[in-house]
Each structure stands twice: as structure tokens, then as C-alpha cells.
Design a protein around this ligand. Structure first.
Ligand SMILES: [Zn+2]
Length: 281
């Protein structure tokens, strides 16, 4: 691979182990707001996976511990088996990184495009991921995803669609519709449940079904909240269970609230209030 890189030292935020990694210069210069986010997978540095933020001067500006450590054995694929049909959820998670796969499900749930930079995609993982994601899409859940070339970055039309742009090989997020840290326990659980399904078609059908369901619940919650003064955040799992027969825990309910806020605005989402904040007032 012929690409100009710069070596930087990174330190695991959990165990403080230090390791040097090569960062391609063009990724740093193309990153949104001058900050490149790179997902460090397990075993690249230590047993932890985490995200690093690098500025234009190749300085590490921050770390983010992965919300969810995900231990699964990467299945060894033989080259002759390396087809589109063997590229299932496990392959997608190992190609993209677990947190990124969760973030991609979030982008689907809020309806933003997911773009993959094709540069140096040696294993054809971009096309395989595109095919997998496109198969999940249906009339009930539109999924906009495609591969882009480096020169498209920063184009007005691309910026306007507010996409998630990911360079698979470098595990680098070049731009994201999510400015703040998002809580992806909802999507992480969904990914985990999907990995329990043995066959690719079953995984695709399950993801399609669940994503459509979550999407509908968010819409119905929106309609309900329009005529409700407020509900307590702590009661959200119970409300979802009673009204929509949907079983989730508090952590996952945070995701429902974030998706609601993203799709319908902070004003309606602020009707989901926290009891603790109430007591403090
Ligand atoms: Zn560590």
C-alpha cells in the first residue's frame, strides 16, 4: 500500500498500555471539524477497544472507552469461501468494528446515509458490507448506503445529506451526523442477538424486522407524547412494554429517546424527563 502515514503513540485509556500506530495523512486532512476519530480494535493495542481523536497536527486530543466490549472469535475464512454470501453479521462486525456497526444501525434508525470510502479496500469489505446493508432495507425501512471516492469528501451535496462516512480499512470515521456521544446499548443488544442466529438470511430478516419495529415504536411514541404532558425516563421501559409490548431495559430506552430527539426534535424528546433532575429542582 502506497500511502503517506505518520506514526503516533497512543495510550489505552483503561490499562495505559502504549503502542505506536500509523495514521494515513490524507485521513487527518479530510476529517470533519479537523478531528479524526479512529476505532482501535481489541488486540491492536491491548485487550480493550477504544476510540481516539486526532487533530490536524497529529496530536491525540482525546480517548473514548468503548461502551461495550464485545468478545467474539473472529471466524477464520478460507480465501475460496470469501464470497458475498459468507459475509454475515460476524464478518461485518469484524470488518467494521463493533461500536461502528452499532453506530451504523443508529444511522439507519435516524435515516441518515452511510457512506464507505473505497480507498485501499483490499478485501472488498466495502462491497460486501454494502450488499449486507442493502439486503436489510425494505419499503418500511429505507437504507441509503454507497461507496464514495476520496474526492467526494467535502462536496456540498454530500455534506447536505449529513452522512456517516467511514473508511473501513483504517477504522476511521471521517464525518458523522452525531456530534455528541451517543448511547448505543439498544443497537449493541440488537447486534448481539443477531450474532446468535446461524444463517446470513436469518440474520438479515431479523435485523430488518427489529429495525422496522424500533422505527415504528419511535413514531408511535412521538404521537403519544404530542398529547401527553410528560413521562418519566425511568418509566419508559414500562410504557414501551404496556403500550407497544416492547421489552427493553433503561440503557436501551436511552437509545429510543435519542432516536426520538434526532428524528422529531429536542422539544418533544424533553417530555421524557428524569426523576432525579426533578428532585434537584
Ligand atoms: Zn487496555
Amino acid at each position: 500500500m502506497n500511502v503517506e502515514t505518520k506514526k503516533i503513540n497512543i495510550v489505552c485509556p483503561t490499562c495505559k498500555k502504549e503502542v505506536g500506530i500509523d495514521i494515513p495523512s490524507f485521513l487527518v486532512s479530510e476529517a470533519q471539524d479537523g478531528i479524526l476519530k479512529i476505532q482501535i480494535p481489541q488486540e491492536k493495542c491491548c485487550f480493550h477497544s477504544f476510540m481516539i481523536f486526532i487533530d490536524k497536527a497529529f496530536r491525540v486530543r482525546g480517548y473514548q472507552i468503548a461502551e461495550l466490549e464485545f468478545n467474539f472469535k473472529i471466524k477464520k475464512i478460507e480465501p475460496e469461501d470469501s464470497t458475498f454470501l459468507s459475509f454475515d453479521i460476524n464478518e461485518m462486525i469484524s470488518a467494521l468494528g463493533f461500536d461502528i456497526a452499532a453506530m451504523i444501525l443508529r444511522a439507519i434508525l435516524v435515516g441518515n446515509p452511510i457512506l464507505f470510502m473505497r480507498t485501499f479496500d483490499l478485501n472488498d469489505n466495502v462491497n460486501k458490507t454494502l450488499k449486507f446493508l442493502q439486503e436489510i432495507g425494505s419499503d418500511d425501512i429505507a437504507i441509503t448506503t454507497r461507496a464514495i471516492e476520496q474526492k467526494e469528501l467535502g462536496e456540498k451535496a454530500l455534506e447536505k445529506s449529513n452522512p456517516l462516512v467511514y473508511a473501513i480499512l483504517f477504522r476511521a470515521i471521517l464525518r458523522s451526523p452525531f456530534k455528541d456521544k451517543i448511547k448505543t446499548a439498544l443497537e449493541a443488544t440488537l447486534l448481539r442477538e443477531t450474532t446468535d442466529i446461524p444463517d446470513r438470511q436469518g440474520q438479515i430478516a431479523f435485523l430488518r424486522h427489529e429495525l422496522v419495529k424500533i422505527s415504528r415504536i419511535v413514531n408511535e411514541l412521538f404521537t403519544m407524547l404530542k398529547s401527553t404532558p410528560f413521562i418519566y425516563e425511568e418509566d419508559l421501559p414500562e410504557v414501551l412494554q404496556k403500550k407497544f409490548n416492547y421489552k427493553i431495559n433503561r440503557k436501551q430506552a436511552d437509545g429510543i429517546k435519542e432516536i426520538l430527539a434526532y428524528r422529531h426534535g429536542d422539544k418533544i424528546a424533553s417530555k421524557i424527563k428524569s426523576k432525579t433532575i426533578d428532585y434537584m429542582l
